[in-house]
Design a protein around this ligand. Structure first.
Ligand code: NAD
Ligand code: GLY
Length: 361
């Protein structure tokens, strides 16, 4: 087992990464304030892993409430969030109850938001079961649901007490979902670690084949980057915005097509290609680096062009981005591989041309 720490003073918490962690209630027990937990999962992950987790917790004489949500990004909304509140109230969960999110980023983001607001805030634990959730969404305390006009627009910052990433769960993950997670792994190389990007170029096939050594290293490096950034800028006043590389365009793709059509990681990959194209047009990124990024995404099984929504629709959707300040769009762009910056210097003409160049014809 590898352990990292998210250094947030009194709210610091560990991230444990390893095989078989679902069956380690001893890691969970010290984090609980009462002997009652509510495990939130969905109809896909529940049948695979809920019992494995709950059996161990019950053996420790904990009262366990199970909450099973419908599966999918299209359900990341108020109605589904209310199912969590309904169950917590029905089962008389109190302030000292800990909520446990067992699933991918959708379950994690919704459970975190439920924990942030139930009785004005209860503790929660993240047990991520997708690669994307293990390398990104379970760490850092961003919680949210979607709004029809914009992705992740309603939410709160609320840090978990513990993250348990059991890499064995990835064995049942569909290949398309694994690729979506690789988009966020590649993101860390692009924004701040050229050496890790080069390592990914050498090891992308091993990762797609779920080779344990490579997988463990990639998850650890990703979580290390995420933990460092979150510790330095928990509520995104500055450098945390770098984690949104590709997301301004990517969220527009997800919202524009209807939630769930493209996976989040797929939107991030195509969106990153648009950001990289814009960076090249501004003279910040060389042709060869642009080609390396495109090659790595393609080898990871990810799209390198966005859907043909049309430039005006992209711009309309992007106006809801959370990085908009005083009505001005800000972008995360690349000044090279491993060097991302947040900027408001991009001219809208260049943005339009970059989108057009990276839309499917
Ligand atoms: P997801 O939660 O929809 O999971 C993907 C699919 O895999 C789902 O169908 C799920 O049921 C299934 N699944 C999960 N674990 C499985 C397993 N072990 N075996 C088989 N199937 C399994 O999607 P995701 O990619 O994990 O997360 C995407 C979400 O995360 C988006 O809503 C995105 O906005 C959010 N996100 C949040 C943050 C953050 O910082 N909070 C960061 C990145 C992404
Ligand atoms: N995924 C973006 C962030 O956590 O800040």
């Amino acid at each position: 087992m590898r352990t990292l720490n998210v250094d947030l003073g009194a709210r610091a918490y560990p991230i444990h990464i390893g095989r078989g962690l679902l069956e380690r209630p001893d890691l969970i027990l010290p984090k609980l304030r009462a002997r009652k937990v509510a495990v939130v999962t969905n109809e896909t992950v529940g049948p695979l892993y809920l019992e494995r987790l709950c059996a161990g917790l019950r053996l420790e004489n904990l009262e366990v409430v199970g909450v099973v949500l419908p599966d999918g990004e299209a359900h990341k909304n108020w109605q589904t969030l209310n199912l969590i509140f309904d169950a917590l109230l029905r089962e008389h969960c109190e302030r000292a109850t800990t909520l446990i999110a067992l699933g991918g980023g959708v379950v994690g983001d919704m459970s975190g938001f439920a924990a942030a607001s139930y009785q004005r805030g209860i503790d929660y634990i993240q047990i991520p079961t997708t690669l994307l959730a293990q390398v990104d969404s379970s760490v850092g305390g961003k919680t949210a649901i979607n709004h029809p006009l914009g992705k992740n627009m309603i939410g709160a910052f609320h840090q978990p007490r513990l993250v348990l990433a059991d890499t064995e769960t990835l064995s049942t993950l569909p290949a398309r979902e694994l690729s979506a997670g690789l988009a966020e792994v590649i993101k860390y190389g692009l924004i701040r670690d050229a050496g890790f990007f080069a390592w990914l170029e050498r090891n992308i096939d091993a990762l797609r084949a779920l080779e344990p050594e490579a997988l463990g290293w990639a998850i650890e490096q990703s979580c290390r980057h995420k933990a460092e950034i979150v510790a330095a800028d928990e509520t995104e006043r500055g450098m945390r915005a770098l984690l949104n590389l590709g997301h301004t365009f990517g969220h527009a793709i997800e919202t524009g097509l209807g939630y769930g059509q493209w996976l989040h990681g797929e939107g991030v990959a195509a969106g990153t290609m648009m950001a990289a194209e814009l960076s090249r047009r501004m003279g910040w990124l060389g042709e060869e680096d642009l080609a390396r990024i495109e090659r790595l995404f393609a080898r990871a099984g990810l799209p390198v062009t966005g859907p043909a929504l049309g430039v005006p629709r992209y711009l309309e959707l992007m106006a809801h981005d959370k990085k908009v300040e005083a009505g001005k769009l800000r972008f995360v762009l690349l000044r090279g591989i491993g060097q991302a910056v947040v900027t408001d210097e991009a001219a809208m003409d260049d943005v339009a041309v970059a989108i057009e160049a990276r839309e499917k014809s």
